[in-house]
Design a binder for this molecule. Structure first.
Ligand code: AMP
Ligand code: MG
Length: 314
């Protein structure tokens, strides 16, 4: 398949309307979009990404009116979060309508809904005139793409189109919060933090997967975000003493060793924005081990550490 690489919103949205699949920029990471009401197009997304069928997709909307086509009920907690945050890097889980096909939700009776906070993304979503399912536009298991070149690296020839945009501003996937129960439950951390959500609904909790439990969020059990290189997390007090040969380093402080590929970030926000791209850069440079400096697990640091830990486990 020939993949069209374009900056044209109208060309990209025409492809969606004809049942094709299009990678597009968002403020979190690049997504791989298909019309949520077209089951065949959704199947193509799973196939191109080699994504397990039991991993549900998030619905992306271009305006708030579209929520009623997707959710059978907007719970009071969801209403509060929508009012406080949408458009936003926040995905809310609600009971789905009959219209949403089960291959989008991996058989679940619920659907994740997000309205991205990026003018170009919203222009594209509005031009599509339908909500899009959109997982991250990478091969399953690999680091999520934060620029169109990373999408090209993984999916050129496998998808109909790449809509070229800017580098993703946040660089980590959206926060996912289940709003179907009494207390909102954070299933995946992201740029909308636990503290942000608790300011709106104080009893919002972090979901912790217990051993042997079937996860509430099926995606949690899948291998994620891993570069080919081995990832090792280190404290800033441990900087120095690592063998720098064929190794990379990313963090906030300057290490003593002379690593082959190095990124010193000026803030945790910048660390989050560039981490996945740094992993890809290290793989291209045939780095064998990537040392990542640990950060404090609060605010967006909690989401960054979640992704770094997952990358180090695989
Ligand atoms: P991705 O689009 O690759 O960022 O993955 C989306 C993630 O959102 C999935 O892996 C799930 O963990 C989560 N998710 C999406 N829809 C649901 C849902 N209906 N219920 C629970 N978790 C969901
Ligand atoms: Mg993903």
């Amino acid at each position: 398949m020939k993949t069209l690489i374009t900056k044209s919103v109208s060309k990209a949205s025409d492809i969606i309307k004809k049942g094709g699949i299009v990678a597009f920029p968002t403020e979190t990471v690049y997504g791989l979009g298909a019309d949520i009401f077209n089951e065949k197009a959704i199947d193509k997304v799973f196939k191109a990404k080699k994504r397990p069928n039991d991993n549900p997709l998030i619905a992306h909307i271009g305006n708030l009116e579209q929520i009623k086509f997707l959710a059978s009920e907007i719970t009071p907690n969801a209403q509060k979060f929508i009012k406080a945050f949408f458009p936003s890097p926040l995905t809310i889980i609600l009971p789905k309508t009959k219209n949403v096909p089960f291959n989008a939700t991996a058989g679940l009776e619920t659907v994740g809904i997000r309205m991205p906070k990026n003018d170009f993304t919203l222009e594209f979503l509005q031009a599509c005139e339908t909500p899009l399912v959109a997982p991250s536009a990478n091969l399953s298991g690999k680091p999520s793409p934060t620029n169109w070149e990373a999408v090209y690296e993984d999916l050129n020839g496998e998808i109909d189109c790449i809509l070229q945009g800017e580098i993703s501003e946040i660089g980590l996937e959206s926060t996912v919060v289940d709003c179907t129960g009494n207390a909102p439950l954070i299933l995946r951390t992201g740029a909308i933090t636990l503290e942000d959500l608790q300011r709106i609904i104080p009893n919002t909790k972090l979901y912790k997967l217990k051993r042997d439990e079937v996860p509430k969020s099926p995606g949690l059990k899948h291998k994620h975000y891993a570069p080919r290189a081995k990832v090792k997390l280190i404290q800033s007090s441990e900087l120095g003493g690592q063998s720098a040969e064929n190794a990379g380093f990313i963090g906030l402080n300057t290490p003593k060793n002379d690593f082959k590929v190095v990124k010193i970030c000026s803030s945790i926000e910048q660390y989050a924005q560039v981490a996945f791209d740094f992993f890809r850069q290290c793989d291209r440079a045939k780095i064998e081990i990537i040392f990542c400096e640990k950060v404090e697990e609060k605010g967006i640091g909690l989401a960054l550490m979640d992704r770094l830990k997952r990358a180090s486990e695989s």
